[in-house]
Design a protein around this ligand. Structure first.
Ligand SMILES: O=P(O)(O)OC[C@H]1O[C@@H](O)[C@@H](O)[C@@H](O)[C@@H]1O
Length: 551
């Protein structure tokens, strides 16, 4: 435990509160840029990705910060024990103390094969053995050497998993679609809603479909139910249980449940309990990605994340990119009263990125109890949301520009498009929006300008934009596997930094357990056709469902 309980007991927190009083009255971003021609240089950082030589430019200069702010925020990180907690994570210490586990997803992408241990035992060989298995298997499937039970090549992959066993694989395979094998059809089935599995099966042929049952625990009701439905569907045609080995593999930590399900141990890709669900795309859970983009690209994805890990581990806090991102988030949440964090990728392939980040951020830092068991005296994890731009501009950006809420926003763009159609015209239009939005959010539009445009007097207030909305712009060279890996690792370490300052355990998820237990009880009542003891609303709703939903 760190030497404090509540973050607002720290000296730097009090100093930040005093600093906030003056800064919040004074800061007008456009004036700060006019006053300081070096502002961009001071508050932007370039990440050099050793994995593929690419760069990512993080421009923090359009945020509410001065050199004094940054110094105080860095002091806050130091006082909160960020360096120790970070080093403990990289040393395999059990920093997820409520579950007695190490937090070691960084060991899954240890492409430099650095010594990494848990309980004094190296994990490097085990991690590499699973990667080797993934390589061999993905090459066999992609080449057609791996055959279905009737001797045909696999052309459809159905990943069955939910939460961390779904969001990472689906997001990454969409984001890296340009690297995908288009002869492989991918389906991701997560929802218990029968529609999800039914639609995937309608589109599949049992002779050529491979099911990946992805579940860390292998006890998640949705996944086990969907996997059993898939097995029944498969056996209806295949008839023989021995055919399962060619069509079902498991990605899991739970060997006994996997074998009980009927999947052979040799078709199981294991990982360890020190991999949290929301950090598991780097593990065997990423097999769908590996199959789709090929092992070399998957390895580059890991290497890019590893490069960001090394940056996070070794760079002084003031230059440390994810640390700055995390501290800014604390700054907005706890001193400016921001409730949200918007992430808008200017990249259609990244359309599931905000959904992925929702789990990463909100499952990690949606907590209110400090590491020593007290209720926090301040606000913690923001509500993260987002949609790809430019689509988002044509819907909810209205609230960003003219609403009453402060919404710290990240914009992400890759300079080089994978599809430079029409002589790159689309890309230039996309990029022009990326620049225009952050500029407009900062500059606003004063009433004098609206007036000069000839707007009638009564419309002037409606057409005026106050501006001074903070944004972080993230410019990637090209969205390669290594760039995406680094970008995800950036958000992971940003989330880590926030959780450390707030002194909460970012690595458990007890909050999702309650709903699961209650649902099991009510399922029994639905099976019996009668509502049990509930409040008036719940019983009436159950009765109404039973009356209307009869098959
Ligand atoms: O991978 P399994 O064990 O099926 O869990 C899937 C998801 O379940 C949820 O309840 C949470 O625990 C998530 O963190 C997890 O990613």
């Amino acid at each position: 435990m760190p030497g404090f309980s509540q973050a607002n007991e720290l000296k730097s927190w009090t100093e930040l509160a005093t600093h906030h009083k003056t800064l919040s009255k004074d800061i007008v971003l456009k004036e700060y840029f006019a006053k300081d021609p070096q502002r961009f240089e001071k508050f932007s950082r370039v990440f050099k990705n050793e994995a593929d030589g690419g760069e990512i430019l993080f421009d923090f200069s359009k945020n509410f910060l001065t050199e004094e702010t940054l110094d105080l925020l860095v002091k806050l990180a130091e006082e909160s024990g960020l360096e120790k907690l970070r080093n403990d994570m990289f040393a395999g210490e059990k920093i997820n103390f409520t579950e007695g586990r190490a937090v070691y997803h960084v060991a899954l992408r240890n492409t430099s094969n650095t010594k990494m241990e848990v309980d004094g035992k190296s994990v490097v060989d085990d991690v590499n053995a699973v990667l080797e298995h993934m390589k061999e298997f993905s090459e066999q499937v992609r080449s057609g050497e791996w055959k279905g039970y009737t001797g045909k090549k696999i052309n459809t992959i159905v990943n069955i998993g939910i939460g961390g066993s779904d969001l990472g694989p689906v997001m990454v395979s969409e984001a890296l679609k340009p690297y995908g094998d288009r002869n492989l059809k991918l389906h991701f089935v997560s929802n218990i809603d029968g529609t999800h599995i039914a639609e995937a099966l309608k589109d599949s042929d049992p002779e050529t479909t491979l099911f990946l049952v992805a579940s860390k625990t292998f006890t998640t009701a949705e996944t086990v139910t969907n996997a059993n439905t898939a097995k029944t569907w498969f056996l209806k045609t295949a008839k023989d249980d021995s055919a399962i080995a060619k069509h079902f593999v498991a990605l899991s930590t739970n060997e006994s449940e996997v074998t009980k399900f009927g999947i052979d141990k040799k078709n199981m890709f294991p990982f360890s309990d020190w991999v949290g669900g929301r950090y598991s795309v780097w593990s065997a859970i990423g097999l769908s990605v590996c199959l789709y983009i090929g092992y070399e690209n998957f390895y580059q994805f890991l290497a890019g994340a590893h490069a960001m890990d090394q940056h996070f581990l070794k760079t002084p806090l003031k230059e440390n990119i994810p640390v700055i991102g995390g501290l800014l988030s604390v700054w907005y949440s706890d001193f400016f009263g921001a409730q949200t964090h918007l992430v808008a990728p200017f990249d259609q392939y990244m359309h599931r990125f905000p959904a992925y980040l929702q789990q990463l951020s909100m499952e990690s830092n949606g907590k209110a109890i400090t590491r020593d068991g007290k209720y926090v005296n301040y606000t913690t994890g923001p509500i993260l949301f987002g949609e790809p731009a430019t689509n988002a501009q044509h819907s909810f950006f209205q609230l960003l520009h003219q609403g009453t809420k402060l919404i710290p926003t990240d914009f992400i763009l890759a300079a080089k498009s994978h599809n430079p159609v029409e002589g790159n015209k689309h890309q230039r239009m996309l990029a022009s929006n990326f620049f225009a939005q952050s500029e407009a959010l900062m500059l606003g539009k004063p009433d004098s300008e609206v007036k000069a445009e000839g707007a009638p007097e009564e419309l002037i207030p409606h057409k005026t934009f106050l501006g001074n909305r903070p944004t972080t712009s993230i410019l990637v060279d090209k969205m390669t596997p290594a760039a995406l890996g680094a970008l995800i690792a950036y958000y992971e370490h940003l989330t880590f930094t926030e959780g450390c300052v707030w002194n909460i355990n970012s690595f458990d998820q007890w909050g999702v357990e309650l709903g699961k237990k209650l649902a099991v009880k009510i399922l029994g009542e639905l099976d019996d056709g009668k509502a049990g003891e509930h409040d008036g609303s719940t019983s009436s709703l159950i009765e109404a469902f039973l009356a209307r939903g009869k098959l």
